[in-house]
Design a protein around this ligand. Structure first.
Ligand code: NCD
Length: 328
């Protein structure tokens, strides 16, 4: 070994990395990789992140670490909350939010793009329109890949922050009645959340039109785990017993026909009138963006948790980054 490469090797063993820590060096591809013990750990760290941010704003736990944000689909919250999370921990970010200006537009494949970015970064956050794309990227990358949405597949970090929101707002989800409403067919956030909630004894209510139903394979997967599930076409009947109302947008970009989208998009709208029939302790969640499913008149209702949910997202992503990079 030359003196230079031995010096590099010494440097590449960073101080304080806990190699046996949970999630260290791991990809985050699906919520199915987590058990309740993992969740307890992640949320303990997320809690700590919250109290540190509230006290001092940021600190340098991930000083010198670099995250690559690689987004092949639009994003406001996921991409900026990962950026904020990384920067609040003292790390930095390579933002590739407009792949049309990167070598992707020259025809570069996903495996080559991730193998490029991992030369510069320690972790890659990837959003892509195809189901399974993050798993494919992870096969090629040596550095951890975090799935920030693979088409209509999964959005595991969103589900982790959604469940953190439920814990923070209502406590342990055991026994809760959780109603998922809207585009359950194409919404990746509800696919991940339903799977994650299967770790608890909850009742899942699916409210959607027939054509936007929760996919059969997810219903069957949860059925095997003995999760209580029921499908509805209207919200009215199930609203009074609902503890968490999780509203989603009809996913316009997944429709072949704009006409079909137009017919479905305003089927359910939550208004102050809707809220009158809801429990006093219910929370309304939404992964956002909303495009009319929740009237802005609901925003001042203390049960509207969707803005708080975004903030919980940053703490959850701080925890995940610290863990994946072996610092928590
Ligand atoms: C969601 C997504 O991209 O799946 N947004 C988000 O990450 N918060 C939900 C959506 O786009 O409807």
């Amino acid at each position: 070994m030359t003196p230079l490469s031995s010096a590099i090797n010494t440097f590449s063993l960073p101080f304080g990395e806990q190699r046996n820590a949970p999630l260290y060096g791991q990809d985050i591809l699906s919520v199915n990789q987590f058990n309740r013990e993992d969740l307890t750990y992640i949320y303990r760290v997320a809690h700590e992140m919250r109290s540190i941010v509230e006290r001092i704003g940021s600190f340098d736990l991930l000083n010198g670490k670099i995250l690559a944000n690689l987004f092949y689909e639009p994003s406001t919250r996921t991409s900026s909350s990962f950026t904020a999370a990384m920067e609040r921990l003292g790390g930095s970010v390579i933002p590739i939010n407009n792949v049309q200006y990167s070598s992707v537009s020259k025809g570069e494949s996903l495996p080559d793009t991730v193998r490029t970015l991992e030369c510069y970064a320690d972790v890659i956050v990837l959003r892509h329109p195809e189901v399974g794309s993050c798993a494919l990227a992870a096969q090629y990358a040596k550095k951890p890949i975090i799935n920030a949405g693979d088409g209509i597949g999964e959005h595991p970090t969103q589900a982790l922050l959604d469940l953190f929101t439920i814990f923070e707002e209502l406590g342990n989800p055991e026994g809760l009645s959780v109603t998922l409403l809207g585009d359950l067919k194409n919404g990746r956030t509800v696919h991940s959340l339903a799977r994650l909630l299967a770790l608890f004894n909850v009742k899942l209510n699916y409210v959607s039109p027939e054509v936007l139903k929760m996919p059969e394979e997810i219903v069957a997967e949860l059925g095997k785990k003995k999760v209580k599930q029921e499908a509805f076409s209207e919200l009215d009947g199930i609203l009074p017993e609902t503890d968490v109302l999780y509203v989603t947008r009809v996913q316009k970009e997944r429709f072949a026909s704009l006409e079909e989208y137009e017919q479905l998009k305003d089927l359910y709208v939550i208004t102050p009138e809707t809220m009158k029939a809801a429990k006093q302790r219910m929370i309304v969640m939404h992964p956002l963006p909303r495009v009319g499913e929740i009237s802005m008149d609901v925003d001042d209702d203390p049960r509207a948790a969707y803005f708080r949910q975004m903030e919980y997202g940053m703490y959850t992503r701080m925890a995940l980054l610290a863990m994946v990079l072996g610092k928590a």
